[in-house]
Design a protein around this ligand. Sequence first.
Ligand SMILES: *Cc1c(COP(=O)(O)O)cnc(C)c1O
Length: 451
Amino acid sequence: MKAKNFTRRKFVGTVSASTLGAVAIGSIPAFGATKTSNKLAILGGNPVRQNKSWPDWPYVDKNVMDSIEKTTQSGIWCRIQSKDGTVPTFEKEYARMMGVTRCVAVGSGTQALHTAVEALGLGPGDEVITSPYTDPGTIAAILSARALPVLADIDRYSFQVDPDDVERRITKNTKAIMPVHMMGQPADLDRFLQIARKYNLFLIEDACQAHFAKFRGKMLGSIGDIGCFSHQSSKVISCGEGGSIISNNAELMEQCYTVQNHGTSKFGRTETIGPKYRMNEFEGAILLGQLPTAMERHAVRNKNAQYLTSKIKDIPGITPQKLYDGTEEGSFYLYTMNYNKEEYNGVPREKYLKALAAEGVGLSPYIKNGLHREPWVDNIMGRKEYQQMYGKNRLEEFKQDMACPVCDLVCDEEMVMLWASGPLLGTTDDMDDVINALAKVYENRDQLKSI
Ligand SMILES: *Cc1c(COP(=O)(O)O)cnc(C)c1O
């Protein structure tokens, strides 16, 4: 059992060799009198981490600033003004980095997903199965096309949508599955590829959190029929609001361009129904300015995440996100863990998070409600067009089969999240603070009852 293997000695990476020797022979408290105390900070002890800040985010450097200035002065502010503008150049460069033939940039991750749904011809009467544990943009993309987002439950430890439950929810109207690569880690793609093939469904990857994550040698987003990314401020490649779509299917990507260009093709003919979702050149300028150094930051996040996992895996009751076979590199938009209160005398997560925050390590419970618990369900049930498109029986059945108990457990009790875009660019010392705070709260868990 994990609990028996747990020794405080593993968590003293920042103390000196001589102190470490003293710890090994058990002559001083593990955390060292200088660094922390054995009293939780929330009860008046010394915090593990004090007067330190995390790396700034979003990322800005001279290259980014120069790129914005150049665009401002050029007068090329809209992507259709020049084939060599920042947006077309970003599309080429991002496609190259992703190992695909084509990218279309749009105004957000939600817009990317909606454009993909429309370009695949999905709409009224069609069902798309996805996760309830995601950003609202995932289902907004399906609802905007007036298709039906069917939500399948998630896996308790990977936080990814569960392939068995996805398969169970397939009906004759199901046209696509949209797994979400949560936290920037691959969903169970072996299974989703197999399910897509078996039932002849489109596989749309919501890779909005998963830039540069790799599964079996390929970048996430390049594995299904089409993949979508977000470049919103918090994401690892960000320009405030932005999104991108990638695929190797030339015809489909041409259709994406047309859809997001108010239905107007690159030849200037207005051909189909489409919103105007074009990315502007300032957004493109920021993204282009970031790309040359993006892989360096990606590598630092992966290295820090590996270090965190190598230590945290030995702390009882706090389990790093489960990864599927085939995962080669994560994106680490978030670093997430599962909290098991049984190991903490039944203390609820809220108290645990308060104790950690007092130690100077603020972690978040992340998503409050799975999307199956949000009011849109009743909203579409009451809409004339949804009643006409899907029929009363299907909608009733849809609502009755909405339960996602594992997602509820993760939301209500178990998720513990460190936002990673900026923080995981920190030093080993920063990572040790996280590890030491988690270890200290575990060791002093008996004190949690009195907060
Ligand atoms: C951020 C995000 C989106 C939406 O992207 P926006 O750019 O905010 O519209 C969709 N899905 C997931 C999983 C996300 O994290």
